[in-house]
Write a protein that binds this ligand. Structure first.
Ligand SMILES: Nc1ncnc2c1ncn2[C@@H]1O[C@H](COP(=O)(O)OP(=O)(O)OP(=O)(O)O)[C@@H](O)[C@H]1O
Ligand SMILES: [Mg+2]
Length: 280
């Protein structure tokens, strides 16, 4: 069974006072397999959040339908095993991090005893140990994002839907969130996320869909989308002088075309994390 299906989805928002309409999502089809991490990408305003909101039953579509584990997403029962991190999570300002998680845990029907252990685990998982008793009202953007993520995981859902999970989170925190998503996958969970950080998407997603102007413009496994089929790279350490010329000659002789020789580079994230890591 598919974890998520979206069929022929169209969502049109009216623009009050003007005779205009915004087609936020147009004829969208989407499938997420059970146990996979799916990334929904696209420029600002391309309809990603709207698609997720329809899936969560928060927005009514003009056309089409969505299902979660085979149940129509208009039924509240379809959301029994779904955790959701919305785009702009809103929390009660006067509750502490722990109280917030207790509040959501109770809504999900967890008992006090199991809840205590779960809250402890989640606070560690999202790295909010030092802020567990602080009021949410004073949280930074990245801290709010972390508590939002913990909230989405409180009842250990089978499907986790994350709208920009790393927005505003620092590089080390983003990496933690990436590891957390990979860990969810390892435990057989399904993750559907949106993100603008393509590097991170590449690290965690099995499949991606790219939206533009409300439509799906590309979809496929990461490999399918990113492998340049006709090219092969060889990586050599401590190449002796003259080796490149020899290789170029060999490539010519064997009928291929030599395209480039270059030094590989690290990404800035790696340099940043190395430079700022706590001293051992
Ligand atoms: N409640 C609303 N009322 C009117 N228009 C809306 C509403 N919600 C979204 N839209 C419009 O629908 C379009 C798609 O918005 P959506 O939030 O789904 O985009 P997105 O891909 O999530 O963008 P971002 O990357 O900025 O989060 C935009 O043009 C947006 O202005
Ligand atoms: Mg959005």
């Amino acid at each position: 069974m598919k974890a998520v299906t979206v069929e022929n989805l169209t969502k049109i928002y009216p623009v009050p006072m003007r005779r205009q309409r915004i087609i936020a999502v147009r004829n969208l089809n989407l499938e997420v397999n059970e146990g996979e991490v799916y990334g929904l990408l696209g420029p600002n305003g391309s309809g990603k959040s709207t698609t997720l909101k329809v899936l969560l039953g928060l927005v009514t579509p003009n056309q089409g339908k969505a299902t979660i584990f085979g149940k129509d997403s208009r039924e509240y029962r379809s959301r029994a095993e779904v955790g959701f991190l919305p785009e702009n999570p809103y929390f009660y300002k006067f509750l502490s991090a722990e109280e917030t998680l207790r509040f959501y845990g109770k809504i999900c029907g967890l008992r006090s005893k199991e809840l205590d252990a779960r809250i402890h685990e989640l606070i560690e998982l999202v790295g909010l140990q030092d802020a567990r008793h602080r009021r949410i009202g004073g949280f930074s953007k990245g801290m709010l994002q972390r508590i939002g993520l913990a909230q989405a995981l409180v009842q250990d859902p089978k499907l986790v839907v994350l709208d920009e999970p790393t927005a505003g989170v620092d590089p080390a925190g983003s990496r933690q969130i990436r590891d957390l998503i990979l860990d969810l996958k390892k435990r057989g969970k399904t993750v559907l996320l949106t993100s603008h950080l393509l590097g991170q998407v590449q690290e965690v997603c099995d499949r991606v869909g790219i939206m533009a102007r409300g439509e799906m413009v590309r979809e496929g496994s990461l490999d399918e989308l990113t492998t340049i089929q006709r090219q092969t790279e060889f990586l050599v350490e401590d190449a002796p002088e003259g080796l490149q010329e020899k290789i170029e000659e060999l490539v010519r002789q064997s009928g291929g075309r030599f395209v480039a020789a270059r030094r590989p580079q690290r990404d800035l994230e790696g340099v940043f994390l190395d430079a700022t890591a706590p001293k051992k």
